[in-house]
Ligand binder design. Sequence first.
Ligand SMILES: [Zn+2]
Length: 179
Amino acid sequence: MLGAVFVAVMAGAGPADVDVYVTCEGAAPAYRAETIASAIFRRAGVTVVWHAWYGRGTVSAMALRVNLAERTPGDRLPGALGVCYPYADRSRSITVFCDRIRRSANRNPALESALLAHVLVHEITHVITGVDRHSASGMMKAHWDAADHDAMVEAPLPFSEVDLILIHQRLNKAQAANR
Ligand SMILES: [Zn+2]
């Protein structure tokens, strides 16, 4: 617990709002994407602390799991880069299809990191807000196209105002319940 608090304080952003426990089926850890995702959330006023699955110390009211999956069967949610179950309140689990993200990025490492970061932020936002809602553009758009891919390498796609309101409403509620 102290370690996680220390990391959050070192980031200059106060205690964690969200703890994310990551399991990784592939060989490559997702540090770069996690760093980008943290920065995106920090700009939205949310502090995320990442843990290896075997790590310990939930310090926030909102803890969730992410599995970075490989070898996704072709018939599992074709076209999806990630999935979560925002209505399953207990599990709060997310699966990210890393093999599909790598293929979408087409050997462009900058896009691969940006895309993985965006999928993480998108799915974590679904779980935080507890809704399967999408925006017409930006971070919570249902499907990003080539123009979105180009844009996200330059700068993170923005949250809509409604996305931000929902995120903070839900986090405040979780934190109030945790006190
Ligand atoms: Zn979505």
